[in-house]
Design a protein around this ligand. Structure first.
Ligand code: NA7
Length: 475
């Protein structure tokens, strides 16, 4: 399930489609996302531009010919060499799965699946399921699987602050309201910080009375959505420890009131900042009221090894499973780039260039890599992503247009100065952010040996668009 509401988790440039395409619930689920993308492809006759089952294995800049030499493979053997003046990479922020290296993993005799590579036809009905990871994905999987599994055990490294998503069927009145206001809705999205379709709060939690805080938190808890709870309640939740603690304590009280078993409630209650990820769910905490759903805090009782039958924890207990699910996230942001052989000017690889942490100018280009563009590259905005993708696609198109107009051999390349300026701005904008001191993929702290560094622009959608448009005007 997306964590953005369906009406803005789509392309804004086809108004007729916005008004007519059905979305039955407030949030889209994976099959609906896929169906929507297939629909857009079919409607705009895009399939003729696509080549499937082809991996780019390397890309090398030829500075004399001023083009990229790209090797591709199908089933592991090099099949084609493509020469391209421009390359646009849309490898995804979250697409290279993180499979933790746990002792004995290869010995397990049941089924093991990573949520990012979920095969069709897996049935979890009546089966004993263990799940490692309880981020956005893990929380959703636990919520969905608990009602059908024989047993479900969550192996949890950090407890989570999660709020209701507010999902449910879209009423005809709501749909009419959205359709009548689409222009205003997308204008608000582009002029907001998070691009989530709500107005961010400007009020400070530290200045609010206890009654006001309770009212605002409760109101937003009832409306639903993780980003809304984090950013539409008060403006200081993610930057001011005292304000953050107020939100934490509100959610902890909710957890204790939902989860009847005090020991399970203790295990589910986080004590650190509410800044790891803004989660939302459709009944996650309540699932732990089921007798067949349990939780192991692996910060207290670590996983020792995976055995042929299941998972053995440090207390000597062997938890037996038919299926182990890895909801362990991704080698996010640059992970999909650094695993490939991408060599720019003077043979430098992207991996070498990003040894100290990935960098870019505006999230779309990096020095030494001429005519090389990224959609959702490092230091792009930390927001709802479809509006960012649209903005970057338009920006890149304009840059390519400009290069083409400038004649053969013209290149577009971020200058080192522009890139270091953008990085400095990104660092300045997150100086006080509690996300920075709370480990997660957002700063690259979820993967062993990955460098902790800024990976997003925290300045918001509106100022990002201004920066991109300013760049177009300047050139
Ligand atoms: P996330 O948010 O990276 O969550 C991964 C989860 O897996 C999280 O609970 C991690 O614990 C846990 N994890 C990762 N590695 C391990 C190991 N080695 N052992 C135990 N547990 C582990 O990925 P998601 O797929 O849930 O969500 C990604 C984004 O998609 C999300 O932020 C939204 O923007 C949409 P942790 O809490 O880090 O201790």
């Amino acid at each position: 399930m997306s964590d953005t509401e369906a009406y803005i988790y789509r392309y804004s440039w086809d108004k007729e489609d916005l008004l007519s395409y059905p979305w039955p619930d407030h949030y889209v689920k994976q099959p609906e996302v896929l169906a929507y993308l297939n629909h857009v492809v079919a409607k705009h006759d895009l399939r003729k531009y696509m080549q499937f089952n082809t991996e780019m294995t390397s890309a090398t800049w030829d500075d004399i010919a001023k083009h990229w030499v790209i090797e591709t493979s199908q089933s592991g053997s090099v099949t084609e060499t493509i020469h391209a003046r421009f390359v646009v990479c849309a490898l995804g922020v979250l697409s290279t799965a993180n499979f933790p290296d746990i002792k004995g993993i290869a010995t397990f005799q049941g089924e093991m699946h990573h949520t990012a590579n979920w095969p069709e036809g897996v049935s979890l009905k009546g089966r004993r399921v263990g799940i490692i990871g309880n981020g956005s994905t893990g929380v959703q999987v636990i919520t969905a699987v608990a009602p059908i599994a024989a047993s479900l055990t969550s192996f949890q490294r950090h407890p989570q602050y999660s709020v209701p998503s507010g999902d449910g069927p879209v009423s005809p009145e709501y749909r009419t309201w959205v359709n009548e206001n689409y222009d205003a809705i997308f204008s608000q999205v582009r002029n907001s910080i998070t691009a989530f379709g709500f107005k961010e709060s400007t009020a400070l939690c530290v200045n609010a009375t206890p009654e006001e805080r309770e009212r605002v938190f409760e109101e937003n808890w009832q409306k639903g959505n993780g980003f809304r709870f984090m950013f539409a309640t008060f403006a200081d939740i993610t930057v001011e420890p005292q304000a953050n603690e107020e939100a934490c304590e509100f959610i902890r009280r909710k957890i204790r009131s939902i989860v009847r078993d005090p020991e399970k409630a203790r295990k589910l209650c986080p004590t650190d900042y509410y800044a790891r990820r803004p989660l939302c769910d459709g009944g996650y905490y309540d699932r732990f009221n089921q007798d067949n759903v349990d939780i192991v805090r692996i910060d207290e009782t670590p996983i020792e090894e995976i055995t042929p039958k299941g998972i053995r924890t440090a207390d000597g207990k062997e938890h037996e499973f038919d299926v182990i699910i890895f909801a362990t996230g991704f080698d996010a942001v640059e992970g999909s780039y650094t695993r490939l052989k991408i060599h720019g000017r003077n043979g430098i690889s992207l991996k070498e260039q990003w040894e100290g942490g990935p960098t870019s100018y505006l999230g779309v280009a990096t020095a030494n890599f001429p005519n090389w563009f990224m959609i959702t590259g490092p230091q792009g905005p930390f927001t709802n992503l479809p509006p960012v993708i649209e903005a970057q696609a338009v920006f890149i198109t304009k840059l390519i247009d400009r290069a083409v107009q400038s004649g053969k051999g013209a290149v577009v390349e971020a200058s080192e100065q522009a890139e270091s300026g953008w990085l400095a701005l990104c660092n300045r904008l997150c100086e006080k952010s509690l996300f920075k001191v709370t480990d997660s993929w957002i700063f690259g702290v979820n993967i062993p040996k990955k460098k902790k560094a800024i990976r997003f622009y925290f300045g918001g959608m509106q100022s990002y668009l201004e920066a991109v448009q300013g760049e177009v005007v300047r050139h």
